[in-house]
Structures are given as C-alpha cells and as structure tokens.
Design a binder for this molecule. Structure first.
Ligand SMILES: [Zn+2]
Length: 341
C-alpha cells in the first residue's frame, strides 16, 4: 500500500471515529488548556495561543499546525451548536502539544532605530530667515539627533538588549539597505525585534503641525514565512499562514503605535497637535517583517515647529515620549508572554 493511500484510510478512520465520538466545544477547550483563540472568518482559520506558542487550525482541515512548523494530523474541527466543535482526538492532540511544548517567555531582543534619509537625501527641508540670516532645517539632521538620543536612552534602560541604529552619522542608505538590515538580524526562537523609523514631516500648508505615528495596514500581503523553514507538505497552506502571521505583526504594530502616541501626548500634547495614528504602506515599514512603526516628529515646513525641532530641550521631550511608549510596549509584551495573557 502506498503511503498516500495509507494516509487517506487513516484519515477516513479518524473522521468516522469522530462522527461517533464526543465533541468538545471551543470554550470548554480554551478553559481547559488556559488559552485564547483568534478567529478569522474569511479564511475560516483559528489560532489558539498558549504562552508564545501558536496552534493553527482550519475548519474542516485534517490537521492542526504547531508554531507554523509541525503539522499534526487530526480528524479536524467542525461547526455546530453555534460554536466550533473539536473532536476528542483533536483535543487530545492539542492538549499533548500544549503540555509537551516547553513554555518559554518571548522577549524583545533587538530594537532597531532607523533615522530616515541621510547623506545626499536631506528629506524634508524648511528654509527660514532668522535675524537676517538664512537657516536651512533638514529632516535628516533632526531625525539623526532623535535616533541617537533614543538609542542612548534605550541602551541604559536595557543593557541586555541589542539597540541598533541604521545610521549613526550623515550617511545615505537605500530603503532596501535599511530593511535588509532589519530582516537579517539573527534571532533565537523566542526573541522578537521591534523596528522604529523616525521621520519629520513636510506640507505645502505652512500651518500644518504635529506628530503622527504610522503602521502597516493589514491589507498589504507579503510572504513572511521563509519557504525553507516550512516542511514540504505544509507549503500549500503557506498563504494562509502568512496572512495569520501578518495579522499578528499588525496587532503588535498597532499596540506599539498607540503606546508611542500616548508617550508623545504626555510630553508635548499641550504644545503641538496630535495628528493621530495612521496606516500606510510605507515602503520602509512594509518590508520589515516584524512589529514596526514610523513616527513623524513634526513639520519642518511650519516655522514655529521647525524651531521647536531644532531646540534640544523640545527634541528631548519628544524622544522621552517615544521612549516611554516603547518601554511600556516592551514591558507589556514581555510580561504577558507576547500579549497572549
Ligand atoms: Zn522622511
């Protein structure tokens, strides 16, 4: 008998067995294994989360997938009684996966700070006459100062984390070089990386002012999983897994964006405008396969704000806001095992 046939008969047996065996309702299962589930009604897939581990299942599919890697055959999950029903054999397999998997806590191991522009690319420019002299304010200079300040503060607070800056002087970097840097950092199994791009804004409207935080919208799909890290038989479900993984990064990016926004608001909310959290397909963020945000510190095209951004004290307050938000994000992430508790 070929392996394929054997598999089919095996699955059929499991299926028939499940028809006659007891089913466990979703809530009872989650309670029992102390887990949470996220459900995607479009792909009819769910992620059961326990610690930082993920168990993925798809309605009707004869498998559950552990940590996007290990495919465990089961008789599948069905719908009924207004909830999801897990056959006994599936429950047993999920439970043994839960108890076998060593529970380790995720941590943010790397913070990558990316001051925008640099070198031949000045970014946004504001030119002003001050006391008869022409003063040119470049985005690239402000964001470099800001990035270095942030790096220093984070290095003191987190001596055990790698705090990396994409440029520490007036160097020109291609966008690909920035994101390659981020994506090529070596991480251990439970280690996470956070990517922060720092920019300053420009507008034709000279009155525009304020800070913004951007994150990646969920509709931008891309391959997050490296096909080499997925076993051959799992390749056909990779598109679904990529969508799920991306949703996870989006959720984390939104939480990070909100914390940084709160930090800005606390520090300079009374001085300039809070322009809110926005979503955009910024190239530099889109290509970073990790929770990532892009902050706009303020407008260099608004004279008043340009002067503030030039001011060491004001810039320090902005960065302190960003730092406070980031630290809250990291501490929450590490204390809740990656927002799963
Ligand atoms: Zn910029």
């Amino acid at each position: 008998m070929t392996r394929k046939k054997y598999c089919l008969i095996f699955l059929l047996n499991l299926y028939l067995f499940s028809l006659f065996s007891e089913q466990v309702e979703l809530n009872d299962l989650l309670k029992e294994i102390k887990a949470k589930m996220r459900w995607n009604p479009v792909t009819e897939t769910g992620i059961i989360e326990f610690s930082r581990n993920k168990l993925v299942f798809k309605l009707g599919a004869p498998w559950v997938l552990l940590n996007y890697r290990e495919l465990i055959p089961t008789s599948g999950v069905s719908r009924g009684h207004g909830t999801l029903l897990f056959p006994k054999d599936t429950v047993e397999k999920i439970k043994s996966a839960v108890y076998q998997e060593k529970i380790s806590s995720p941590r943010v191991a790397v913070i990558l700070i990316d001051p925008g522009h640099g070198g031949k690319d000045p970014g946004a420019i504001g030119t002003y006459k001050i006391d008869g002299k022409t003063v040119r304010i470049n985005e690239k200079d402000i964001v470099l100062k800001a990035g270095l300040m942030l790096q220093q503060m984070l290095s003191i607070k987190y001596p055990d984390k790698r705090i990396i800056i994409s440029r520490s002087d007036d160097t020109y970097l291609k966008l690909e070089e920035r994101t390659d840097l981020a994506n090529n950092i070596d991480l251990e199994e439970q280690e996470a990386i956070v990517f922060i791009s720092i920019h300053a804004n420009a507008s034709f409207n000279k009155k525009s002012k304020g800070f913004e935080v951007w994150y990646l919208p969920p509709e931008y799909r891309r391959d997050l999983l490296n096909p080499d890290s997925v076993e051959e038989e799992n390749k056909e479900i990779m598109p679904i897994l990529n969508i799920m993984l991306e949703e996870e990064y989006t959720i984390e990016s939104v939480i990070l964006a909100k914390e940084i926004m709160k930090g800005f608001e606390e520090e300079v909310g009374g001085i300039t405008e809070n322009r809110g959290i926005k979503e955009q397909s910024w190239f530099v963020v889109r290509k970073a396969y990790m929770p990532s945000v892009l902050v706009e510190l303020g407008f260099v095209t608004n004279k008043e704000e340009a002067m503030l951004l030039q001011d060491q004290g004001y810039l320090q307050r902005l960065i302190r806001g960003m730092y406070n938000g980031l630290c809250r994000f990291i501490d929450d992430f590490e204390n809740t095992k990656g927002f799963t508790e």
